[in-house]
Design a protein around this ligand. Structure first.
Ligand code: 28G
Length: 642
């Protein structure tokens, strides 16, 4: 979208100073933790991306400097430096020192499309930095200005001239350590987001550099294919069904849509949706439009080409999404972000817009590529048959269980409490530990479900086999909230689902298998933070009549050192627990289940893309990527909770 329009300082709308930002940083950047810190970089980069979307910038570089400051540089037109008619200060200073400074939103024929704070970004970053410097190359001159905690500390000055080379903007900032918990940037966090931004802006080159390490670490993200290459990237460890990736882009009446998709031999689906380059994790109308279009276009093609016979059932939404990796990215002037985390697109007009265009383009694609179409049809047909088989099996179970007094699994020792918010269920590895847990528990609030051995790896099995598995059926009935499209969080019978496995490799494997099942079949449980891992002790230490439990090697070492210091000669007995089964029911309660003493780790996966990558590589069937992944270590267990 190119627009030839003189930009003058007069178009800048000024609202207020930056005090409110320093008073309530969370309101502007979400938090003052690591997420907020990295958000500063995105705010600045967003401004460069806007300049790229306007058609004037091709390259952005982001550098983490040795002192943990950040430099962002672009080859756009350079921020305007002309004097603001009312304020009498240069536009670039307004941009950095006034809140809500920036062109009127959508008012100048174009629209600001990248994510972030709608043009207040630079001033917010400035307010939250001890120091910030900006350099503009424009009109053959090099301009510079410096700021201190949001206020100008030097006037805008011409510091030189440039004869060769291009116009552009360069910014450096030092996050304020009195605002942020920590001011150290993490390369991988920036890498992930900048890569995503490059995929979303085809042709734009984004370079990331880390100057804290020797040699410098460096990545260059540049994708001529845009989100089509994003699909390739997401599917790198999966086998594709249609080799040729479906892709289209339409710009119409101030709206833009871009879709790319490919089927894989997997059973899970991965749909990533974006509005103005913001990842809409909770979906919204653009995503609904894409899903409807898929169901419609694929069914129409299947019927027209006799893959579905006249009196047979149409494909369901789940049938046409099995194994699908898809991206939908839309751009619009006034995006409405709704939902719990403001990550759901609320503009209803986007449903029809995405649906109509996708149906049209996907139909072309299928008709033009009958071989690819046939492979996709076969995938949908197998998915449909498997789902029908599973449904018939379920109906039979339902009929039989309706005759019984209770449909809860026999192995479940339920709790008496009926309020889910006060109830929890322990999934216990092995019948023997299950027995101790049943004896040791608080019967009112704690239910126990023993699991026998390794549960099925759902990553490698279609839903009919998954639902035939005894352990999985038990969990579904015990939780009470169904699964897949029929999942209903309001029916969940326990608000804490606690995985209690041995503190060894097998325990870790069982935990991963369970998480894979939850993530693929009951995703809201994971997203809502209902899943926890119990933390059984690793050691018991005895000295005379006193006993201690320790939960990590570090804790154990510290205890032993402390005991030695207090009483150098006393004998200590150390027991290393190899499994839950070695504890009697009293010990299990004391160390792992007692509400007042235990530690639970809440397991959350807030990023669908990261989670899909984790489960594909960890549970899939390709060995080299799994090895590489385990070496880079899995980082999906977050935030400690008691
Ligand atoms: C290096 C750090 C991050 C930027 C520009 C270029 C212009 C500009 C920036 O105008 C007002 C608001 C939204 C359009 C525009 C230059 C027109 C003519 C610009 C950046 C007008 C500010 N000449 N490059 N802002 N915008 N790079 N990089 O911040 O509507 S910010």
């Amino acid at each position: 979208m190119k627009q030839k329009q003189e930009y003058g300082a007069s178009q800048i709308e000024v609202l207020e100073g930056l005090k409110p930002v320093r008073l309530r940083p969370g309101m502007y950047i979400g938090s003052t933790g690591p997420a907020g810190l990295h958000h500063l970089v995105y705010e600045i980069v967003d401004n460069s991306v806007d300049e790229a979307l306007a058609g004037y910038c091709k390259n952005i570089t982001v550098s983490i400097e040795a002192d943990n400051s950040i430099i962002v540089q672009d080859d756009g037109r350079g921020m305007p430096v002309d004097l603001h008619p009312k304020m009498g200060i240069p536009a670039v200073e307004v941009i950095h020192t006034k809140l809500h400074a920036g062109g009127k939103f959508g008012g100048d024929g174009g629209y600001k499309v990248s994510g972030g704070l709608h043009g207040v970004g630079a001033s917010v970053v400035n307010a939250l930095s001890t120091r910030m410097t900006v350099q503009v190359k424009r009109d053959k001159k090099i301009y510079e200005q410096e700021y201190f905690r949001g206020e100008e500390s030097t006037e805008l000055k011409v510091v030189g001239e440039y004869k060769t080379g291009k116009t552009g903007s360069k910014t450096q900032f030092w996050p304020d350590p009195t605002i942020f918990d920590e001011v150290v940037f993490e390369y991988e966090i920036l890498q992930r987001r900048l890569r995503e931004m490059a995929f979303l802006s085809k042709g734009l080159a984004i370079t990331l550099e880390d100057k804290r390490v020797s040699p410098y670490r460096k990545d260059r993200f540049h994708y001529e294919g845009g989100i089509k290459e994003f699909i390739q990237y997401l599917n790198k460890n999966k086998d594709p069904i249609n080799k040729s990736i479906f892709y289209y882009e339409v710009k119409q009446k101030g709206y833009e849509v871009e879709v790319a998709l490919q089927y894989t031999d997997r059973y899970s689906e991965l749909i990533l949706s974006y509005a103005n380059n913001i990842h809409t994790n909770e979906g919204g109308y653009h995503e609904t439009g894409l899903k409807s279009a898929l169901t419609r276009a694929i069914n129409d093609y299947a019927k027209k080409n006799k893959f579905i016979k006249e009196n047979d059932d149409s494909f369901s939404g789940e049938d046409v999404r099995e194994g699908l990796t898809a991206i939908v990215s839309v751009k619009l002037t006034s995006p409405q972000f709704e939902g719990q985390t403001k990550a759901k697109l609320g503009n209803s007009e986007m449903k029809g817009f995405v649906e109509t265009n996708t149906v049209e383009q996907l139909t072309y694609f299928l008709e033009e590529k009958p071989k690819q179409a046939e492979l996709i049809m076969k995938k949908c047909l197998t998915a449909q048959r498997a789902r029908e088989a599973a449904r018939r099996a379920r109906e039979i179970t339902r009929q039989t269980s309706a005759l019984e007094t209770t449909s809860l699994p026999g192995k479940l020792a339920d709790c008496s409490e009926k309020d889910p918010a006060l109830s929890e269920i322990f999934l216990v590895e092995g019948d023997s530990a299950g027995g101790s847990a049943k004896q040791g528990r608080d019967r009112r609030r704690q239910a126990i479900l023993p699991l026998r051995g390794k549960i099925l790896n759902v990553e490698k099995a279609r839903s009919d086999r998954v639902l035939a598995s005894e352990e999985i059926k038990n969990m579904i009935t015990a939780f009470g909230c169904n699964f897949g499209d029929e999942f209903d969080i309001n029916k969940l019978r326990y608000h804490k689902i606690i995985i209690m496995t041995d503190a060894d490799v097998d325990g870790a494997h069982i935990r991963t298998l369970l998480l894979t099942f939850f993530f693929r079949y009951m995703k809201p449980l994971v997203e809502g933070g209902y899943i926890y891992a119990a933390q059984p002790p690793l050691f018991k230490v005895k000295q005379g009549k006193k006993e201690w439990y320790t939960y990590s090697d570090a804790e154990q070492e510290k205890l032993l050192a402390d005991l030695k210091e207090e009483n150098p000669n006393a004998k200590v007995e150390i027991q290393r627990y190899k499994g839950l089964g070695e504890m009697d029911f009293n010990q299990l309660w004391d160390t792992t289940m007692d509400f007042n003493k235990r530690t639970l780790v809440r397991i959350t996966v807030d990023d669908a893309q990261a989670a899909d990558e984790i489960f594909t590589t960890l549970m899939g069937d390709k060995v080299p990527p799994r090895k590489a992944f385990i070496e880079d270590n899995a980082k999906y267990v977050r935030n400690l909770d008691i």
